[in-house]
Write a protein that binds this ligand. Structure first.
Ligand SMILES: [Zn+2]
Length: 314
């Protein structure tokens, strides 16, 4: 009887989900990811764009397959495919709606593209976004600002980028020297075209937004930056792409990733920032830490480890 009314009410999907997996298994997808936390009065919403599965022993340099697997096992993760989260963040200060990065979008990879739905889930439409702060111009961070036919997804947003970053990907002749990264250059240039006339470049720490300053973390890309968000006596450091693999690159901070433009500089800044935040116990967010990517870094032997922060309710 109960079962019949269940079926009548169209809840067959629930029953199907409880059946053993087989040929008729449902094709499941993760739900929209949006999670809020506060820094003083500033509300930050972590937005999940999805994941990439290309950060592994093949793309990490400075560790072999055995060392990679051992590192995962030591962290209690077991071997196997590693999914690297791609996060973006919405900052609401009561006046502005600021995105930090925009994810890569479906046009870049089919495993990405969650940011617009996550934004809507958080009560925000793309037209509401006033500013987009870019950590850097790699496609998993910028491609999400482009929609069909490379049109701007965020029609009213001013985009703020470090001048060195914009120069490298858009204005300089670096693309001629690095043909293996041709698709990355093309995406950055499409972004520059779509947002032409409303891109603001900065070259220091001042991004022109109260409560937010940029912190240069050059290495991963020439103008890769983090951000410090402050309100009252609360403080949050946005570490952007200081880490791509939240287990292996914390346990072994000397391990670089094939996408680092200057791997030595990326390793050096990783050490410098993590030594500082271990001492200060600063709260961090990062675009490739496990969603929502909020936590702290602690020292662990000769490296570090990630400690996720509990979810806040308010
Ligand atoms: Zn990235």
């Amino acid at each position: 009887m109960i079962r019949r009314s269940f079926l009548k009410n169209g809840s067959g999907a629930l029953i199907a989900a409880a059946m053993p997996l087989g040929a008729n298994a449902l094709e499941l997808h993760q739900l929209s990811g949006a999670q809020r936390f506060k820094v003083g009065q500033i509300v930050i919403t972590a937005l999940s764009d999805g994941y990439v599965d290309i950060i592994n022993a093949d793309t990490l340099n400075g560790i072999d397959e055995q060392g990679y697997e051992a590192s995962l096992i030591e962290a209690g993760r077991g071997p196997g495919a590693w999914q690297t989260d791609v996060n973006a963040y919405l900052i609401e200060d009561g006046t502005r709606k600021i995105l930090i990065d925009a994810g890569g979008g479906k046009s870049f990879l089919p495993t990405l593209g969650g940011v617009p739905d996550a934004l809507r889930f958080a009560g925000c439409n793309p037209e509401d976004i006033t500013h987009i702060l870019m950590s850097h111009m790699h496609p998993d961070h910028v491609s999400g600002v482009l929609g069909a036919k490379n049109a701007a997804v965020y029609p009213n947003a001013e985009m703020i980028i470090h001048a060195r970053e914009f120069d490298f990907w858009v204005t300089s002749d670096a693309h001629a020297r690095l043909p293996q990264m041709a698709s990355f250059f093309a995406i950055a240039q499409n972004v520059a075209k779509a947002y032409d006339g409303r891109i603001k470049l900065h070259s220091g720490t001042d991004v022109g937004l109260p409560g937010i300053i940029a912190e240069p973390m050059f290495g991963h890309t020439p103008g890769h930056v983090g951000y410090v968000i402050e309100d009252g006596n609360e403080h949050l450091l946005v570490t952007s792409d200081l880490v791509h693999h939240a287990v292996v690159q914390l346990a072994h901070p000397e391990v670089s990733v094939a996408f680092d433009v200057d791997a030595n500089a990326a390793v050096a800044i990783r050490h410098r920032v993590f030594d500082r935040v271990v001492a200060s116990r600063e709260r961090l967010i990062g675009m490739h830490f496990p969603f929502p990517g909020l936590g702290r870094v602690e020292r662990d032997g000769s490296g570090y480890r990630w400690v996720a922060e509990e979810r806040q309710f308010f």
